[in-house]
Design a protein around this ligand. Structure first.
Ligand SMILES: *[C@@H]1O[C@H](CO)[C@@H](O)[C@H](O)[C@H]1NC(C)=O
Ligand SMILES: *[C@@H]1O[C@H](CO)[C@@H](O)[C@H](O)[C@H]1NC(C)=O
Length: 213
């Protein structure tokens, strides 16, 4: 019975008239937005947006909301970083992740510290300049407003990023553990000070990751 129902829903999705729940219009339904919610920090990100795609570069959605697939692609479409004063990110800077999962009672990472034995701390606390590249760090640490366009121009930065196959731990793909709905906060810490927080996503409560169609 359930199988028939699923088949029925699947067929409905293929009919153009009733596609409402299944459509995934590029740059509409597959868009992930993010921004800094706390204004007190000396650096803020606003209007950050990216569209997600599957490995064949088809827009990726689930229930008309973006669905991040690994492997897959994300194309960054907008965003700017406002920096109130100069920093030395190259010298020392870390991303401290906080990750909440709908299927998890406790946060997975809490402000840079893993809350689960299977997950090493270095997946929750990441060297910023190794992660985004030193040339990008050199630009972002300067006081001013930095736009995605500026980075594209100065760094010849390709705004389409490949999302890799998920890493595996103890022979278990992290995607088996971490597919579902999640929310992320990235905090940037430099010289012992938190200077920026970025919440992902901000256009939905959670971000869907690795959900099957
Ligand atoms: C996160 O950890 C850093 C370093 O211990 C600390 O300075 C900061 O206040 C913490 N942030 C939150 C929101 O707990
Ligand atoms: C940007 O990267 C994507 C994905 O790796 C690739 O398909 C595309 O050709 C690249 N674009 C340019 C202009 O290099």
């Amino acid at each position: 019975m359930i199988k028939i129902l699923i088949n029925f829903i699947f067929v409905l999705c293929l009919l153009p008239v009733v596609t409402s729940d299944c459509t995934c219009d590029d740059n509409v339904h597959n868009v992930v937005q993010a921004h800094s919610n706390k204004k007190l920090y000396p650096a803020r990100i606003s209007g950050f947006a990216g569209a997600v795609y599957d490995a064949d570069f088809k827009p990726s959605c689930h229930d008309q909301r973006p669905n991040v697939l690994l492997p897959g692609f994300v194309t960054l479409t907008d965003g700017k970083l406002i920096v109130d004063r100069d920093f030395d990110l190259e010298k020392d800077s870390f991303l401290r992740l906080t990750i909440h999962g709908v299927d998890f009672d406790d946060p997975i990472c809490l402000n840079g510290t893993s809350q689960y034995v299977v997950l090493p701390d270095n997946m929750c606390r990441i060297n910023l300049c190794e992660f985004i590249g030193v040339p990008m760090c050199k630009i972002l640490q300067k006081k001013g407003t930095h736009t995605l366009k500026e980075l594209q121009k100065k760094l010849n930065f390709n705004t389409t990023l490949e999302l890799p196959e998920p890493p595996s731990l103890l022979g278990l793909s992290l995607l088996d553990l971490f597919s579902g709905e999640f929310s992320f906060t990235f905090a940037v810490e430099t010289a012992g000070e938190t200077i920026l927080e970025l919440d992902i996503p901000t256009n939905h409560k959670n971000l869907q990751i690795g959900l099957e169609d």
